[in-house]
Design a protein around this ligand. Structure first.
Ligand code: ADP
Ligand code: MG
Length: 248
């Protein structure tokens, strides 16, 4: 894995998020450097998805600041569309357009948002589908693909926007076990190519192989941050030890 740079790409400073009375993100300070792979782990309900969703502004924040590549998150309009292109996101459920072919799923964003010509968008999409190993499925509809293939298409679709950072929210937790590795392998190869990534996952193998840092969240707080090796062998807090005891 290439070492991450020291250049901040995503900066969260004093971020708080409430859903009504519920305090879901508590004073989050997190900097993700260009080329870094940050693995976020923690119990269900600890705020991992909300954290990801605030970074591409699928959720607003209640206070604090989020800066992506030097620019504070925009409120709306064109600037927001540009931010969404810069910050790719892959979800647990693949979220492909069901009535569009695999190829159209990948070309749509580049054509509509980036203004690529159809031919350019197709060439780009085929390169990316090749990269994630599903080029031979380009003409099919998502439902004709396995879950692992669909998730790889979702990754290609995000990459087609040429994001500066990719967010992955439990990308393998809806997959049958035999398909998990084909998706993790694509993510590992992205990490190896120097992509900046925030990955919510409990896949220890991936965290160890591709992660530069593990961020452990509990009840809306960042409780521990360590290298994967350190975290899995020498977690310090009771909360982290307790969590690891349940998943390992
Ligand atoms: P995780 O991804 O770690 O499981 P989430 O970020 O999904 O955690 O959720 C954190 C907390 O926020 C949970 O208590 C959850 O019920 C709550 N929550 C998430 N989304 C909403 C929402 N749209 N409205 C109200 N509460 C929400
Ligand atoms: Mg979640």
């Amino acid at each position: 894995m290439p070492p991450p740079t020291t250049e901040p790409l995503v900066e969260m400073r004093g971020v708080n998020k409430y859903f009504g009375e519920l305090h879901v993100l508590k004073d989050i300070d997190l900097t993700v450097h260009r080329g870094e792979v940050v693995v976020v782990i923690g119990p269900s309900g600890s705020g991992k998805s909300t954290l990801c969703r605030t970074i591409n502004r699928l959720e607003t924040i209640s206070s604090g600041e989020i800066v992506v590549d030097g620019t504070p998150l925009p409120e709306e309009g064109k600037a927001l569309a540009r931010l969404r292109a810069d910050v790719g996101m892959v979800f647990q459920s693949f979220n492909l357009f069901a009535h569009k072919t695999v190829l159209d799923n990948v070309t749509l964003g580049p054509i509509k948002v980036k203004g690529l010509k159809t031919k350019e968008a197709k060439d780009l999409a085929m390169d990316l589908l090749e990269r994630v190993g599903v080029a031979n499925q380009a003409g099919k509809l998502p439902a004709q693909l396995s879950g692992g293939q669909q998730q790889r298409v979702a990754i290609a679709r995000s990459l087609a926007m040429q994001p500066k950072v990719m967010l992955f929210d439990e990308p393998t937790s809806a997959l049958d076990p035999e398909m998990i590795n084909e998706v993790l392998d694509v993510m590992t190869s992205l990490a190896r190519d120097g992509m900046t990534m925030v990955v919510v996952t409990h896949e220890m193998g991936f965290a160890r192989k591709a992660g530069d840092r593990v961020v452990f969240m509990d009840a809306g707080e960042i409780v521990e941050e360590k290298t994967p090796e350190e975290f899995f062998t020498h977690a310090e807090t009771e909360r982290a030890k307790d969590f690891l005891g349940k998943i390992l």
